[in-house]
Design a protein around this ligand. Structure first.
Ligand code: GLU
Length: 425
């Protein structure tokens, strides 16, 4: 419990939307953008607040608060996940929707950025309560979303089941099956092969390219992973499977585990399923979330929440590569410290763009009603991620700026071009 509180305080102390605005200002300076364009980039187009009355198992009504922010749709329909989290705030959702905008642009998929969130604690809710909440949320946002407007997806504490309920509710409202309204669905409901591990797999492709650029041999390279949800678990599994990396540390909100000999990702997964945390693994040293950041490893993968690498602990980072599978794990001050130390950061909206890229493939398959096999999805994902990584690296070298600023330069240029051609600015 203590760990969860620490994370919540950090989130409260550093407003992720302020982080976004600082990042945009830096980019505007590099690209010499006009004040009007900068203002458009620093604010969402639309922000929706909804109240969701839900009948709980005890017979009483509980009212939940939810949000959907459509940040920018200049390049196409809004796209972005829905988080169910007790510490959710509108500013976090705004920040995440901005990062979705840059994320879709950096991998050059024809989508804008959006994000949703509901303040709730899924760990304390029954399946029936979660279903009623998911359906209530969909009813509340239904008029404002749709396959050609804004397409949600899973994120923290939501999954294929949540997406299925929401898709069903939207289909009932429309009076016909509407598979294209949401992505991250299970295969039996128009999901895409390869969507489950897409975020981690996409990240692995960028790590592979980074390792080539930095001349790091990935075989037996040591990896520490913070967060063991969908992104973190698959990152551990794929780092071992694809490259023969040695995962030496894993952790989740309750604590972590270290073993110099390596941790089997599947064993850690079972341990989390059975005991609710990877910190209960046997024959390991216990770690805190904070310890994981400063471990002497080749690759550090933050794969949980925002604001975990800060001005306070960035100097302790020893990894050669920080691969940000989480959204917003590094604060702007920490970014500067890592860059000065020569740490190669693969920024969040590049590193974790694999999820939305396969979501886009899912949308394409839903629209065509023709489904690809896993090999085709992997190959197309590899192509997108590899070319995006190479473009960001080249821009970072050309402008002598860090990888995040370089990714911003590419994304913002694309978004601004679309806004200008549409006559917005
Ligand atoms: N929630 C994921 C993200 O932050 C995926 C979003 C999507 O597939 O639309 O990138």
């Amino acid at each position: 419990m203590a760990k969860t509180t620490v994370t919540a305080n950090k989130i409260a102390a550093i407003n992720p939307f302020e982080t976004v605005r600082t990042q945009v200002d830096k980019c505007a300076e590099i690209l010499k953008l006009s004040p009007e364009i900068t203002e458009m980039l620093k604010n969402p187009l639309r922000e929706l607040h909804v109240s969701l009355p839900v009948r709980m198992d005890n017979g009483k009504i509980k009212v939940f608060q939810g949000f959907r922010v459509q940040y920018n749709d200049a390049r196409g329909p809004g796209k972005g996940g829905i988080r169910f989290h007790p510490e959710e705030t509108i500013d976090t959702v705004k920040a995440l929707s901005a990062w979705m905008t840059w994320k879709c642009a950096v991998v050059d998929i024809p989508l804008g950025g959006a994000k949703g969130g509901v303040i709730c604690n899924p760990k304390e809710m029954s399946k029936g309560e979660l279903e009623r909440l998911s359906r209530a949320y969909m009813r509340a946002i239904a008029p404002y979303i749709g396959p050609e407007k804004d397409v949600p997806a899973p994120d923290v504490y939501t999954n294929g089941q949540t997406m299925s309920w929401m898709m069903d509710e939207y289909s009932v409202i429309c009076g016909k099956p509407q598979f294209g309204v949401i992505t991250g669905k299970p295969l039996c409901l128009g999901g895409s092969p390869g969507r489950d591990d897409a975020t981690a797999r996409g990240g692995m492709f960028t790590i592979r390219e980074a390792a080539k650029a930095l001349k790091i041999d990935l075989k037996n390279a040591t990896v520490a992973i913070q967060g063991y949800g969908n992104a973190g678990y698959y990152a551990a599994k794929l780092a071992k499977e694809m490259f023969g990396c040695k995962v030496v540390a894993v952790c989740d909100s309750r604590g972590g585990a270290y073993s110099a000999k390596g941790i089997d990702p599947a064993v850690a997964f079972t341990c989390k399923e059975k005991t609710d945390s990877v910190c209960n693994l046997s024959s390991v040293e216990k770690l805190t979330n904070e310890d994981v950041i400063g471990l002497d490893v080749d690759i550090l993968i933050p794969a949980a929440l925002e604001n975990v690498i800060t001005a306070k602990n960035a100097r302790s980072v020893k990894a050669k590569i920080v691969a940000e599978l989480a959204n917003g794990p590094t604060t702007p001050e920490a970014d500067d410290i890592l860059y000065a130390k020569g740490v190669h950061t693969i920024p969040d909206f590049l590193c974790n763009a694999g999820g939305v890229t396969v979501s886009y493939f899912e949308m394409v398959q839903n629209a065509c009603m023709y489904y690809w096999d896993e090999a085709e999805v992997y190959a197309k994902l590899d192509k997108k991620m590899t070319s995006a990584y190479k473009a960001v690296l080249a821009t970072s070298r050309q402008y002598k700026i860090n990888m995040r600023q370089a990714a911003y330069v590419i994304s913002v240029r694309r978004v601004v071009e679309a806004m200008q051609m549409r006559g917005w600015v």
